[in-house]
Design a protein around this ligand. Structure first.
Ligand code: DX5
Length: 228
């Protein structure tokens, strides 16, 4: 039975963008572990969100960590900007850069923690050659671009394969899932091998308070991890 403690990450995509400072403070008070900034460029994904100045403006509102999920084409030129904005983890998509090994090394050289994301149609094999360079692998459980989408259970095979590869190679790589993570899906993602869970809609809407929703998600993730 696995007993590692889950990490709960909040996506700010469903937040009230006119009150982002209050929203991140609300998330911290509710007990999430980290904030995910869903950065979108309107090219890699059909949506456009925010840049490093918006993240920087909210850095001092809370003390918890920030991760930048770069759903952008060619992320290399702006890598320093996300680190300067206060993001400790920089997630790039394997599909978005021509030289992934170089991009991940550049994130490390900036003193940040490198992470790589896979779209649903991208196989784990696309990143096995760089897993030793990252702290975290993000397995998308929706097609990126929008919140509130249906969880893709078919991704559980990829999550399990990633868990097996990481364990076989004795790598220290966390597996994050993002997209449709809610009370009825987080347990299956945890059982498959995820230990970091990014949720947006399930934190901002639903029964009870935000604190109640954080507790319910965390409890379901613990149960899923223990059931592996
Ligand atoms: C997709 C986004 C979403 C968001 C969370 O590009 O990255 O996955 O973080 O969305 P929901 O509302 O599904 O938790």
């Amino acid at each position: 039975m696995d007993t590692c403690a889950p990490t709960l990450v909040a996506s700010v995509l469903p937040a009230d963008f006119s009150e982002l400072g209050q929203e991140v403070r609300r998330l911290e008070k509710a007990g999430v572990d980290r904030i995910q900034w869903d950065v979108m460029d309107g090219k890699f994904v059909p949506n456009l969100t925010f840049g490093p100045d918006v993240i920087r403006a909210n850095r001092d509102a809370v003390s918890m960590g920030f991760e930048a999920h770069l759903m952008v084409d060619d992320p290399d030129p702006m890598l320093p900007r996300w680190v300067e904005a206060g993001c400790e983890i920089i997630i790039v998509h394997a599909e978005a850069t021509r030289h992934l090994h170089r991009t991940l090394s550049a994130i490390s050289d900036l003193g940040a923690r490198p992470a790589v994301a896979l779209n649903p149609s991208t196989p784990l094999e696309a990143v096995t050659h760089v897993l030793h360079l990252v702290d975290l692998l993000l397995v998308m459980t929706v097609n990126p671009g929008f919140g509130g989408q249906q969880y893709l259970a078919a991704m559980e095979r990829k999550i399990s394969a990633a868990r097996a590869e990481i364990q076989e190679r004795e790598l220290d790589v966390a597996i994050e899932v993002d997209g449709g993570i809610a009370g009825q899906t987080i347990g299956a993602a945890a059982r498959a091998g995820a230990d970091v869970f990014c949720a947006g809609s399930a934190l901002f809407t639903g029964a009870g308070t935000m604190e109640d929703r954080v507790t319910a998600l965390r409890d379901a993730a613990v149960a899923g991890i223990e059931a592996r």
